[in-house]
Design a protein around this ligand. Structure first.
Ligand code: EPU
Length: 443
């Protein structure tokens, strides 16, 4: 296993390009299962989760062609063999997002068997809403040997219906993508109420519409899908990753640096930018007024001391849970007390104990953490435990005095492409090493 060794405390500078979005890419790739022709995705990030999804799609009969089209990595996917319908446990357990093949496979192949995803480090993460939505479209769903087994009704097709997808923690992003994707091939019209409004859902709808689907309202809480007989192929450029973008803004802020970010999805980061401004972090356009609001060039820097804040994570367009851990790293250095509340995954605080090891002053009660700003973080050996918690430790390490060693960075590799290389081009002192070459952790 790899680890990062960071020598913190120095200023960064320069420019980086934001990747295509991991969380958009996964359901976009699953859409290949719906079409009669190949789909090509451009700007696909090189990440462990994407490799897992490619592996899964291959096992489901898709041919895969990867090439460099001058627009990042491009991947063409074509569902050649539709006789397969099992998403096995050995892949699903590596990536919960495998569940997004369920809706497309069911709608196109008439049946799907997907190993039930387990919980993960950030919480239980049930899939009841996915199943509720597909059942409302007429699917018969049973659980067999740890697999979700879904079949279309006797008529041979799903049928449109009105589906309410709100849950105890709000809407579901992948659940919305799953039901919306399945509904494209259903007989009649489906209305999804309490749909997730995340930009990734909008991107999936865009691809499906270019394949011939008739989806309206994606990006709002009510999505209408008029079912069609079949879908064709399409070419699609994946939206930039808003979480990677926000993480690099915070890297500029926590190190007191100025960074230029290209392919920056400003329009998808309104709530985050509001928080950044409140904390004294500036993000300003460095391109013309006609630039695509999802692909801007911006400069990010911090003007003065970090100001404390109060923030609750919320479904889009609220502040994203996927930036909570990274924002907390910055709040650790604020001039005062911040209050950070997690409303999507109440247990998503694995970074709290590790940040405390680096000198942060944190007090957690339930789903709220009170962060008392300190003048300086100090380097320490810490453990990455989930994707975004790991990113927050990298940010803390960049700002800390001395050496920080972050073990188990495979979590980070799931969602950040070559993070250490990107940071090194910006001047950070960060190395990837084999954990076996590190001195053992005392005790
Ligand atoms: N939920 C249910 N029942 C369901 C589905 C979800 O109760 O059937 C609950 C969840 O437990 C959670 C809330 O609803 O409390 C929202 O979960 P959601 O379904 O929206 O999450 P997801 O679609 O599984 C995606 C991202 C996550 C991101 C969430 C929320 C992907 C691959 N994953 O997950 O990303 O945190 O939306 O925005 O798109 C990450 O990238 O680090 C990450 C965890």
């Amino acid at each position: 296993m790899d680890a990062f060794v960071i020598n913190g405390g120095n200023t960064l500078g320069g420019s980086i390009e934001i990747n295509g979005s991991k969380n958009a890419c996964l359901p976009l790739m699953a859409a290949a299962l719906l079409g009669d022709q190949p789909i090509t995705l451009h700007h696909v990030p090189r990440l462990a989760d994407i490799s897992n999804m490619l592996n899964l799609l291959e096992r489901l009969g898709c041919s895969i062609d990867e090439h460099d089209s001058g627009d990042g990595r491009s991947i063409t996917l074509y569902a050649e063999d539709e006789s397969l319908s099992l998403a096995p446990y050995d892949i699903v357990r590596t990536m919960r997002a495998s569940i997004c093949v369920l809706g497309p496979m069911l709608a196109k192949r008439g049946e799907a068997r997907v190993s039930m995803p387990g919980g993960c480090a950030i919480g239980d993460r049930p899939i009841d809403l996915h199943l509720r939505g597909l059942r409302a479209l007429g699917a018969e769903i049973t659980l067999d040997g740890g697999d979700v087994v879904a079949r279309v009704p006797a008529s041979g097709r799903l049928r449109g219906n009105t589906v309410f997808l709100g849950g105890a923690f709000g809407p579901t992003v992948l659940g919305t993508a799953n039901v919306m994707s399945a509904a494209t091939l259903a007989q009649g019209t489906t209305v999804i109420e309490a749909a997730a409004c995340e930009p990734e859902v909008v991107d999936v709808a865009r691809l499906l519409n270019s394949m011939g689907a008739r989806i309206e309202g994606a990006g709002t809480p009510r999505i209408t899908v008029h079912g069609v007989e079949s879908l064709g192929g399409a070419e699609h450029r994946v939206i930039p990753d808003r979480i990677e973008a926000g993480t690099y803004v915070l890297a500029a802020a926590i190190t007191g640096s100025r960074l230029r970010l290209t392919n920056y999805p400003a329009d998808a980061l309104i709530a985050a930018q509001d928080q950044f401004e409140r904390m004294g972090v500036c993000v300003r356009a460095a391109d013309g007024p006609d630039a695509d609001p999802l692909r801007r060039t911006v400069e990010a820097w911090r003007e003065a001391a970090v100001r404390p804040t109060t923030v609750s994570t919320q479904p889009h367009p609220g502040f994203p849970t996927d930036l909570q851990a990274q924002l907390m790293a910055l709040a650790c250095l604020a001039d005062g007390n911040s209050v950070i509340t997690e409303r999507i995954y109440e247990q998503r605080f694995l970074h709290v104990a590790e940040l405390s090891r680096m000198g942060a002053s944190l007090f957690r009660q339930g789903s709220t953490v009170v962060v008392s700003g300190v003048e300086q973080l100090v380097g320490a050996p810490v453990m990455a435990s989930d994707l975004r918690a790991s990113a927050s430790l990298v940010l803390a390490g960049l700002a800390a005095e001395g050496e920080t060693v972050i073990r188990r960075v495979y979590h980070l590799d799931r969602g950040y492409e070559q993070m250490e290389q990107k940071l090194r081009t910006l001047g950070a002192k960060i190395e990837r090493v084999d954990e076996r070459d590190l001195a053992p952790v005392p005790g």
